[in-house]
Ligand binder design. Structure first.
Ligand code: GZL
Ligand code: ZN
Length: 332
């Protein structure tokens, strides 16, 4: 084990070191890859809470398959303790590299220290961790969630007049937050709030987590509708909660997209369909197809190549008209 770990560590420090030596034939190393230098990656996924997550998982699994990477994959069902347990098991299995999307920002320092002590590099994908010591991971590949919230807020400021659906002079916004403590939930709320501050007629009057799920979005929207009959806009941190809100709005006899405007983030197929159908008014894209960049970064890290500490994914945003145009070509 020490030999393999030492070899792996040496490989990372000597950029020209051949990958094959990472796949030492040391029988005990188990899944350290076989002699042809196959990379073994341990991936600890958040869960399967949304259409975005499903597309993200598919991209990672399909790319690993295509690139001949031996992928060990776990679904934490949204529980941090399951993610930590999965990472510990990858350390024990002596995988070559660990990657994960932290379900929440805090509480991973200890297990990341253990991976570092074991000489196993860690790559963050999708969501960030809030750690002092950024040497605990090699790179963070994912979206700029603050920018996503800002794009949503900017659109609302630009369209505030139409968004004041009940014409009472204020744009009354209710917010469906993502998972409490998750980087996308924290950052999207921050970016949105920063931008709507430019127009003091826009006000977030209620905000609650729907945990990034359809059912969560539907239940919270039902409670918002029961307690407030002057809602103009829903800002949902992902499409799935927005789709749940649509169900609640229609059940209340109102027309989503017209009686209450809806802004969401992700741009998965079901969200884009609702946008094209006029039930959602604007969607900010959050690209889940991180598989190719992740596997490329893993190879670079194991080859001892320099990788940037932060790799931001390219993303767009869509109006109803744009959704109609791009829907046929959407990959997820
Ligand atoms: C964002 C990702 C979020 C999506 C949700 O990168 O972490 O988690 O926006 C998903 O759909 O559940
Ligand atoms: Zn109003």
């Amino acid at each position: 084990m020490v030999k393999k770990t030492l070899v792996a560590a040496t490989a990372i420090s000597l950029s020209t070191f051949a990958l094959t030596s990472c796949g030492s034939s040391n029988a005990e190393s188990g899944s350290g890859g076989d002699d042809d230098g196959t990379i073994t990656m341990g991936f600890a996924q958040v869960g399967a809470e949304s259409g975005w997550r499903t597309a993200n998982t598919k991209s990672i699994q399909e790319t690993a398959e295509a690139e001949g990477i031996d992928l060990k994959f776990t679904d934490a069902q949204g529980k941090q303790e399951n993610q930590i347990q999965a990472i510990r098991s990858y350390i024990q299995q002596k995988v070559d590299v660990i990657a994960f999307s932290p379900v929440v920002e805090t509480g991973f320092d200890a297990v990341l220290q253990e991976a570092k002590a074991a000489g196993i590099p860690v790559i963050l994908t999708d969501r960030a961790v809030d750690v002092e010591d950024t040497s605990l991971y090699e790179t963070f590949l994912g979206s700029d969630f603050v920018l996503e919230g800002e794009k949503a807020g900017e659109w609302l400021v630009e369209n505030a007049k139409e968004a004041d659906v009940d014409g009472d002079g204020t744009v009354n916004v209710v917010q469906l937050e993502g998972t409490t403590g998750a980087a996308p939930a924290i950052d999207r709320a921050e970016g949105f709030a920063d931008k709507i501050a430019a127009d003091d007629t826009i006000e977030v009057t209620a905000s609650q987590t729907g945990d990034f799920t359809r059912d969560g979005g539907k239940q919270v929207m039902e409670s918002f509708l029961q307690s407030d009959d002057s809602i103009d806009v829903v800002f949902a941190h992902n499409d799935d909660m927005g789709l749940g809100a649509i169900e609640a709005i229609e059940a209340a006899g109102l027309e989503p997209g017209k009686d209450i405007q809806i802004i969401t983030i992700d741009a998965v197929k079901d969200g884009m369909q609702a946008l094209a159908d006029g039930k959602i008014n604007y969607i900010v894209e959050c690209n889940p197809l991180l598989g190719p960049q992740l596997m490329d970064l893993a190879k670079k890290v194991l080859d001892g190549e320099e990788v940037p500490e932060r790799v931001v994914t390219e993303e767009s945003a869509f109006t109803q008209e744009q959704a109609k145009e791009v829907l046929p070509d959407r990959q997820y």
